[in-house]
Design a protein around this ligand. Structure first.
Ligand SMILES: [Fe+2]
Ligand SMILES: [Fe+2]
Length: 325
C-alpha cells in the first residue's frame, strides 16, 4: 500500500474488467481512503471473479487503474471490443459496454493525459466504426452514448455527444454511405482536439475571458490541425471538419468566414451537432439548456446553419434525441 495522489488513479468499468480473459497487462486497485489505494489484481493476474465478489461483499463499488497504465488498459479494452464484435453469438449489450469504456478512456487520454498519437487515431476509428455498427442495429442504442454517466469531464462528454448527434443527423439526412458517416462521426469526436492544448481554466461559461484569451480559444481549429498533421495517415476529410466546424452558413463564422456550400458538408453537419451538444452537455452538475430550449435557440440562430440540415435536425430531435435526453 502506498500513499498517492487521488488524480493518479482513474476509475474503470467493473463490467468491462470482468469480461476480460487472459493475463491483465495492468494492475487493478481499490480505494481505501481519500489518498490510499491498494492493489487487488496485479499485472499478469487473471481476473478472479470470486476475489472480486469478496471485495464487492465488503462494499467495494469502484475499481481503479493507475494513470501510468491507462494505455495498457485501453489496449486490453480494444482487444475486448474486437473479440466481442467478432463473436459468433454477438451480444450487443456486452459489446456496447466495452465500446463505451473504450470511448471514455480514449478521450480521457486525449483531454486529461494530453496524449494524441497514431494509437489514439486507430482507436477513435474503431470507436466510430462501432458507433456505425450500433446505428445499423438501432439508432436509439447509439443515442444512449450521449448520457455516459461516469464521465464528468466536459470536453470528453462534449466530444462524444457531438459525434453521436452528428452521426444521427447525417443518417437522418439520408447519408447511408459508411465512409461519409465515418468522416462525420470522427470529425464530431475530434473537432475540438485543439482545445486540449489550452489551459483548463479557459472556460467561457464559468468566467469572462480576456480578448487575448478569446483569440487563443478561436485558434483551436488551427491547433487541432497542427496536432493531426504530426500523424501519418490522418484522413484529409476529417481535417476539413476540424478546420471548418466554426464556419457559419451566413459567413459570420471563423477562421475564414466561408459561406454556404463553400463549407465542407461534413463540417456543416458537425456544426449543428456541436452547437446543440455545447448547450445540452452537463458542465459540473448541470446543463445550460434543456434539449427543448437548445433546439429553440438553434432555430432562432438558424442563419448560421445549413437550412436543409437544420430542418432534418428538427425532425430527428422529435424522434430520437428527445427520448434519449
Ligand atoms: Fe470548436
Ligand atoms: Fe465543440
Amino acid at each position: 500500500m502506498s500513499q498517492v495522489k487521488y488524480k493518479d488513479y482513474s476509475e474503470i468499468s467493473i463490467d468491462n474488467l470482468l469480461s476480460m480473459t487472459g493475463q491483465l497487462p495492468f494492475g487493478v486497485y481499490v480505494q481505501l481512503s481519500i489518498d490510499k489505494f491498494t492493489l487487488i489484481f496485479k499485472k499478469g493476474d487473471i481476473v478472479d471473479k470470486e476475489r472480486f465478489e469478496h471485495y464487492s461483499a465488503k462494499g467495494v463499488q469502484q475499481l481503479y487503474i493507475h494513470r501510468s497504465e491507462r494505455r495498457d488498459y485501453i489496449s486490453a479494452t480494444e482487444v475486448l471490443v474486437h473479440k466481442l464484435k467478432d463473436a459468433k453469438e454477438f451480444n450487443l449489450a456486452e459489446a456496447q459496454k466495452a465500446i463505451e469504456e473504450l470511448t471514455e478512456q480514449t478521450l480521457f487520454e486525449i483531454y486529461e493525459d494530453k496524449v494524441f498519437d497514431e494509437h489514439s487515431l486507430r482507436r477513435t476509428q474503431t470507436i466510430i466504426k462501432s458507433y456505425i455498427d450500433i446505428l445499423k442495429v438501432d439508432p436509439k442504442n447509439l443515442a444512449t452514448f450521449i448520457n455516459l454517466s461516469r464521465q464528468e469531464a466536459y470536453p470528453c462528454r462534449h466530444a462524444i455527444a457531438t459525434s453521436v448527434f452528428s452521426i444521427l443527423l447525417a443518417k437522418a439526412a439520408q447519408n447511408n454511405n459508411e465512409k461519409t458517416l465515418s468522416i462525420i462521426g470522427l470529425g464530431g469526436l475530434l473537432h475540438d482536439l485543439g482545445m486540449s492544448k489550452l489551459p483548463e481554466d479557459f472556460d467561457s461559461v464559468n468566467r469572462q475571458l480576456t480578448p487575448q484569451e478569446w483569440a487563443k480559444v478561436k485558434s483551436h481549429p488551427a491547433m487541432g490541425i497542427e496536432m493531426v498533421n504530426q500523424l501519418k495517415g490522418f484522413p484529409e476529410e476529417v481535417k476539413l471538419v476540424i478546420e471548418q466546424h466554426h464556419e457559419h452558413w451566413d459567413g459570420t463564422g471563423y477562421p475564414r468566414g466561408l459561406r454556404g456550400p463553400e463549407i465542407f458538408y461534413p463540417a456543416r453537419v458537425v456544426a449543428i451537432a456541436d452547437a446543440f451538444s455545447a448547450l445540452t452537455t452537463r458542465r459540473g452538475g448541470r446543463a445550460l439548456y434543456t434539449p427543448q430550449d437548445a433546439l429553440a435557440l438553434l432555430l432562432t440562430e438558424s442563419g448560421k446553419y445549413d437550412p436543409a440540415l437544420i430542418k432534418v435536425f428538427r425532425t430527428l430531435f422529435k424522434v430520437e434525441i428527445k427520448k434519449a435526453s
